[in-house]
Design a binder for this molecule. Sequence first.
Ligand SMILES: NC(=O)c1ccc[n+]([C@@H]2O[C@H](COP(=O)([O-])OP(=O)(O)OC[C@H]3O[C@@H](n4cnc5c(N)ncnc54)[C@H](O)[C@@H]3O)[C@@H](O)[C@H]2O)c1
Ligand SMILES: [Zn+2]
Length: 700
Amino acid sequence: MTVPVAQIVDAAAYIQAVEEAVAAAAAYYAGGGSPLDDDAYDALVRGIAAWEAAHPDEVSPDSPSGKVAGGAAEGDVPHTVAMLSLDNVFSPEQFEAWAASLARRLGHDVERFSVEPKLDGLAIAARYVGGRLVRLITRGDGTAGEDVSHAIGTLEGLPAELAVPVTVEVRGEVLMTTVQFEQANEARVTHGGEPFANPRSAAAGSLRARDRAYVATMTFFCYGLLPLPDTDDALAARLAEGAHGELMTLAAEFGVHTTATTQVPGSIAGSVEEVLARITRIAAVRPDLPFGIDGIVIKADRAADQRAAGAGSRAPRWAIAYKLPAVEKITRLIEVEWNVGRTGIIAPRGVLEPVEIDGATITYATLHNPADITRRDLRLGDRVMVHRAGDVIPRIEAPVAHLRTGDEQPIAFPEVCPRCGSDIDTSQERWRCVQGRNCHLVASLSYAVGRDQLDIEGLGGTRVVQLVEAGLVADLADLFTLTREQLLGLDRMGETSADNLLAALAAARTQPLSRVLCALGVRGTGRSMSRRIARYFATMDAIRAADAEALQQVDGIGGEKAPSIVAELAELAPLIDKLAAAGVNMTEPGAAPPSATAEEPREGEDVTADPDAGPLAGMTVVVTGAMSGPLAKLSRNEMNELIERAGGRSASSVSKKTSLVVAGDNAGSKRSKAEDLGIRLASPDEFAALVAELLEPSSS
Ligand SMILES: NC(=O)c1ccc[n+]([C@@H]2O[C@H](COP(=O)([O-])OP(=O)(O)OC[C@H]3O[C@@H](n4cnc5c(N)ncnc54)[C@H](O)[C@@H]3O)[C@@H](O)[C@H]2O)c1
Ligand SMILES: [Zn+2]
């Protein structure tokens, strides 16, 4: 685990860093939320400490170094015994060094260590008098804390009355489980409040809040038991002499919640090796725990060892926190994607500004469902707390609402299935395409029959759905074997429509190979790439015979794309055979297959244009604005096809390499750029005249 340190270069930067750290800690302990995640805060504090070590005379009295809660929390209820923080180690070696220094201090090796999870919440002292819970106090600055007795009754595991009528102080951690956190945020957002960024700040904020319209339940875990002034002598002696593990057993007998009932119960280790083995086991189950832990706390178990070791101003010397890597980082939610799963479930996924969590770069996080987005009050552009533990898919915990700038935008929910365009069933929290398992088929068919692919008129979205639902079409090829009788059996299908559709299907059979290839929907082969591939190989057989290396001879296909195209085409082999058998054209008009004898790649040659053929031979042409005259009906894709049929090369942006810009009405920046660069311009009519020979026999 790497331990980053903020670099502080001079005294001014030091003072600024101290201010920043104190402000962050104040917000953190108040539960209002800090602008920094823990890693960033810790790096800053380490930077401050490093600068102070080098400039001992210039240490600011405000410095967080050596103080409980960085000096940022306070209170007016004095503690009977100081409530301290813990020192940290980050590796087995550091732990061994700490154990060795403790052994030196004690004059003997520690024979019993207590090993517990480091619960990620906040410390609290609960005072019981005669078995009744009378007061709750925060840690504060360690010497005095804040009275939060109003929270009595909201902490699971901290009963109002103990099983035994003792007078005692119970210390431990207040946290929110993942479930409690979700409930608290939902209640808060429903009541018009801003969500908490994570369970820890939710616990801190909820504990301090008074007179709230709703109750936020939290969970308490005991890790300390000590006498109060009125504790009877027998119990006081037992508490003073009892080992930590024994006190935890006693606390459980009193009816207080300890880690004993969790998947990570406190345990005793007899050696440094045993401690390290136990740390490994706790770290391994961390992702599965229903609450957050940020490390493992190791304590000398025996009271005598604790007494002999003593404490510093900030932390005891007999205990140490073995920190685990942070699982939370703050980053930005850039976008929400809606993906449709195999069964038609439409799931949102957050696209994040890349952030590194525990050595992995995270760019996506699950968002579960639309209700989840609403519950969390998430917005585009929000800074979000991202959680990633182990191999579990990262999730967005909540927005960091206090970092909002006002520029955040609502997240738009899809109105139709983002894949096939059908309706969405929103009756459940998890939205689902009404096509369910057929969604993918409907989407791929709708794409294949679209204007830029097979261009089958009369086959709109609803017809496609109808054919699929009637069980008449299970793949693209089935379209071409539909019979008149089958069509007439469909609702809202008269004789004329049926005949028109059959005619459109017959025409589609003669589409050029480029469009058939495009219709297959192979990733990386959109309209213009399909044309380039078809022109280069001329026949489907030649394309299918090509390996990745051969495919890379096509302009624009690199080493990454080529193998995936080859693999997808191999998967599609049965469909392609079925299409060919149904009479679908598999050749590109006007193109010749690469010569079988010319083994050498045609280096440097522009494969999309035969330099000797066509009025646009060797030219790169850009089309912009609205086409008119004989070109009025052509889509942009059809214009590009025309350019390529005429031997040219179509491009979408104007550069010095552009030879001609066809500019229609409302041509904007591309036209002005062409003028700036002195590139030849043509009106749609002039261009139509240029390629007149190709316009007449146009197939579509
Ligand atoms: N993001 C920020 O701006 C910001 C600001 C201040 C502090 N912090 C974070 O807070 C942490 C430092 O806070 P801290 O001083 O509260 O110390 P700490 O959380 O590192 O360790 C001490 C605390 O651990 C808790 N604890 C959990 N399990 C325990 C167990 N089994 N036995 C004993 N104690 C146990 C207790 O509450 C104790 O007070 C750092 O991780 C820091 O990153 C963050
Ligand atoms: Zn769908």
